[in-house]
Design a protein around this ligand. Structure first.
Ligand code: UDP
Length: 338
């Protein structure tokens, strides 16, 4: 009998790609989303890719009764939690909003998972490493003090999961994502930022399509080979596949420890300028960009040592950055009807 995975925030960028991969791997997926930060585009895209309508529940995980009802009415083997606010700048301006939403929703999920014997996968972030002393970072690298309420919620939720696993005999995995970019090769699902994008790749694609006038490259005087920041850009489909490996590991009882953490990245650092050049080259478009002052709070250089995920999850990134940037561009053109 197939197992059921609940994907909170399943209509969003990462959640929709994970839903596709889980479903294609044979899991029954229930999507739950309050649609506060997205429309139905990705949900419809997921159904189109899979050729079937997936169960969708419009709900807010800050509602404890609704969360418990969902777990009571369905036999849920594993839950993956994506339903959270994610804008760093907004979290600095509105910390209460971020703490209430991101912490309450996860506590309700943990309570329901404890009560119903459900495995928990938490979507964490490389942001927990802050500015690392040494790169690449391993899972053992120290977590630095968070520089934003958003980053703080990622650290706190990791700790919530660790403590619940220790206290209640649960099983949980936290995946620390580096910089997820790209879109599904079908161009039917992708990133849909509201307003002006904060992240680099949506800003690049929107500039290339003419929605934005010029890309600002924040800082070219960093102590890096070309002066721009170094990041580990991970393809969204590769990243989604890591979730299938992690869910398999939990539901098949193959975990070494009841709480495990894995870096999900490529292990390859790329500078902002290298990424911009690769985008121009692979897509044959000229990008209007200029160098601008550093963005406050930016880490200089961070990339993953993903070898633990390879050893234990049997996962590693396979797509090239060129394939990923071609997919991101195809998605932007799809949105523009081109
Ligand atoms: N960046 C940039 N221009 C933009 C957006 C981002 O130069 O319009 C740079 C940013 O300074 C960082 C890198 O791109 O060095 C990745 O930023 P992003 O916001 O995508 O992810 P982060 O690593 O901050 O989570």
């Amino acid at each position: 009998m197939s197992k059921t995975v609940l994907v909170s925030g399943g209509a969003g960028f990462i959640g929709s790609h994970v839903t596709v991969e889980l479903s294609q791997a044979g899991y029954d997926v229930i999507i739950a989303d309050n649609m506060s930060n997205c429309d139905e585009t990705n949900y419809n895209g997921v159904c189109a890719i899979l050729g079937k309508k997936l169960p969708f529940i419009k709900m807010d995980f800050c509602d404890q009764a609704a969360t418990d009802k969902l777990f009571s009415e369905n036999k849920i083997d594993a839950v993956i939690h994506f339903a959270a606010f994610k804008a760093v700048g907004e979290s600095v301006a509105e910390p209460i909003k971020y703490y209430k939403n991101n912490l309450d929703s996860f506590l309700n999920i943990l309570q329901a998972a404890k009560d119903h014997g459900t495995h928990v996968l938490f979507s964490s972030s490389a942001t927990v490493y802050g500015e690392p002393d040494v790169a690449p970072v391993t899972e053992q690298s120290p977590r630095k003090s968070a520089t934003s309420p958003y980053g703080n919620t990622k650290q706190m939720c990791e700790d919530f999961l660790r403590d619940c696993v220790a206290a209640y005999g649960m099983h949980g995995i936290a995946l620390r994502y580096f910089n997820p970019i790209g879109a599904h090769p079908s161009a039917l699902i992708g990133e849909l930022p509201r307003g002006i994008p904060n992240n680099l790749v949506p800003f690049i694609t929107q500039t290339a399509i003419g929605k934005r006038e010029c890309l600002n490259i924040f800082g070219n005087d960093y102590p890096t080979p070309d002066g721009t920041c170094l990041r580990d850009y991970i393809d969204i489909v590769d990243l989604a596949k890591a979730h299938v490996c992690a869910v398999n590991r939990m539901v098949e009882g193959r975990m070494d420890e009841p709480y495990e953490i894995f870096n999900i990245g490529t292990g390859r650092p790329l500078s902002v300028l290298e990424l911009v050049n690769a985008f121009q080259q692979v897509n044959g478009v000229k990008l209007n960009y200029r160098f601008a002052p550093r963005r406050e709070g930016d880490t200089i250089a961070v990339w993953a040592d993903p070898s633990l995920a390879e050893r234990k999850l049997g996962w590693k990134a396979t797509r090239t950055v060129e394939e990923t940037l071609a997919a991101a561009w195809a998605w932007e053109k799809h949105l523009a009807g081109k």
